[in-house]
Design a protein around this ligand. Structure first.
Ligand SMILES: Nc1nc2c(ncn2[C@@H]2O[C@H](COP(=O)(O)OP(=O)(O)OP(=O)(O)O)[C@@H](O)[C@H]2O)c(=O)[nH]1
Length: 152
């Protein structure tokens, strides 16, 4: 999947890998995040356990992912606020503590999706200095999800 985002006077094209978040597929994850410029880890704001699982993915990325990978945390299904289990402030505090981007999204209602990619664009080093972007695009992923510019 690809997504193109206008950032300042540049067009950033993301190559996005949506990887399965389930534990049984965990061994496959490095194939996606290796060489990636950014990872989006997605949890479901209506399911507390997905937020706990997300923390394991953050650890894995920190231990085995590219050293400068941009990590973004997306609390998806923000359209279901009535059945929320994860408080936005708790997630934001956690994201801040690990220097990750944080945003609540709704894939269903297209809320904050573009904003998320723009923020990732802002954090990824410019095309002049980033080897991953020299004509190869980015790579990405999901929940939990990891993304690739090459975002996994
Ligand atoms: N209300 C609401 N439902 C959503 C949203 N995003 C996804 N869903 C629904 O949640 C369910 C799961 O969506 P998936 O995209 O399959 O989730 P996933 O995390 O990719 O699942 P796996 O790849 O199997 O781990 C589907 O029924 C979607 O329609 C959202 O933002 N809001």
């Amino acid at each position: 999947m690809t997504k193109t985002v206008q950032y300042q006077n540049e067009l950033h094209k993301f190559l996005i890998w949506d990887t399965a978040g389930q534990e049984r597929f965990r061994a496959l994850a490095p194939m996606y995040y290796r060489g990636s410029a950014a990872a989006i880890i997605v949890y479901d704001i209506t399911k507390e356990e997905t937020f706990s699982t997300l923390k394991n993915w953050v650890k894995e990325l920190r231990q085995h992912g590219p050293p400068n990978i941009v990590v973004a945390i997306a609390g998806n299904k923000c359209d279901l606020n009535d059945v929320r289990e994860v408080m936005e402030k708790d997630a934001k505090d956690y994201a801040d503590s690990i220097h990750a981007i944080f945003v609540e999204t709704s894939a269903k209602n297209a809320i904050n999706i573009n904003e998320l990619f723009i923020e990732i664009s802002r954090r990824i080093p410019s095309t002049d200095t980033n080897p991953a972007s020299s004509g190869k695009g980015f790579k990405l992923r999901r929940q939990p999800s990891v993304t690739k510019r090459s975002c996994c």
